[in-house]
Design a protein around this ligand. Sequence first.
Ligand code: MV4
Length: 445
Amino acid sequence: MFQRILIANRGEIALRIIRACREMGIETVAVFSEADRGAHYLSLADQAICIGSAPASESYLKIERIISAAEVGNVQAIHPGYGFLAENAHFAEVCRSCNIEFIGPPHEAMQKLGDKVSAKAIAREAKVNLVPGSDGLVESEAEALAVADRIGYPVLIKATAGGGGKGMRVARNDINLKAGLKQAAQEAEKAFKNSGVYIEKYVEAPRHVEVQLLGDQHGNMLHLWERDCTLQRRHQKLVEESPAPTLPLAVREDICKAAVRLAKTANYWNAGTCEFIVDKNHQFYFIEVNARIQVEHPVTELVTGIDLIKSQIRVAAGEPLDIKQRNIAATGCAIELRINAEDPDNGFRPSPGKITKLRIPGGPGIRFDSHVHEGYVIGPNYDSMIGKLIVHRANRAEAFATMKRALDEFVLEGIKTTIPLAKKIFRHSAFIEGDVDTTFIERTF
Ligand code: MV4
């Protein structure tokens, strides 16, 4: 097992990893930018090293600085968290070449699955259901038009180097498609230095269901059941829950088994998430793999009782998984709410500033994962998530009651947050009945 681990991240996920390491008796080296100097979570690490100025490009994204800190800190492994370098296959390779374990998937699998077209080829090989669409990249307008004729409009144009909705366009007819192709390719070239695009039938108003995967370096691959992440805004998830409220057990089992087949075919190990969309007839379609730990991992930790961060570290150290699939049960209902420093009454614009008053809810069934404290200043440099409020109760109705109580207890002053919006969401009958789709937030609020 590792003696010391560097956490190449910041905020709530850095704190989450530090906490897991402390419980495992592993020393931690944290890195921070000038903007994060003095943040309380840094004092929980054994060592904290400044790696640059506020912009992520000058600090958390600077591979050479992370590696230098790892040398100075004399660590055996690096945990990338999520975002920043978490899905940067080159970074994973650099770690390997410096004899530092990368706590995540093998860079080969990261590479193969990071390219959405090659990820779909692996899905096809694993007999995982795909949305009808082009067989790989579309190389010409004529080919795109022919595909659209075959599968019928509306279609989605997606960037193969994209993901998370970046570079995605809906086309409802030939004209849209021709224009959309050009724009999507240009945007993809600019954003990802890869203009490759592919086409899929647009599944209208789907649910977004993802499967938590955990594999070791000895060929064992487990699923830790699914999460429903349908409540999103502009591809930013707001609420995630497990189990998926609309899916019968048989469909949940099928979608989880499909995800395991895909991960095994990709020779994947460590934690990862297989994303699907599900239509009104409970037909599911593979969309993409997230080759990292995700923001919403606590939802799965609560329903399965498995600590995903500790599991990641043990798997990276070469340990075989000590759990069997038949012993992984999803118990009760967990719901996570992301709390962002944004103003929902002003187009969700970021609302940086100092937290002047903070009263965190507690009591049975409540977990709050956050690095903030009274007096903490939310800066403009990083994403606006302050923390995650997660509840875990025996069933969904109880979980809703606990979430509403938690939101009523929550006091956070000095900045605008999405808490008032959350209170409206958890009172909305459509959400309570599980009758929402991925456009609910934009349509309703
Ligand atoms: C789709 C889709 C419907 N049809 N693909 C792409 C990024 C991924 N994270 C979710 N994405 C989707 N892919 C097909 N063929 C619907 C989504 C989707 C979505 C699309 C637009 C706006 C919000 C969305 C939220 C979740 C899923």
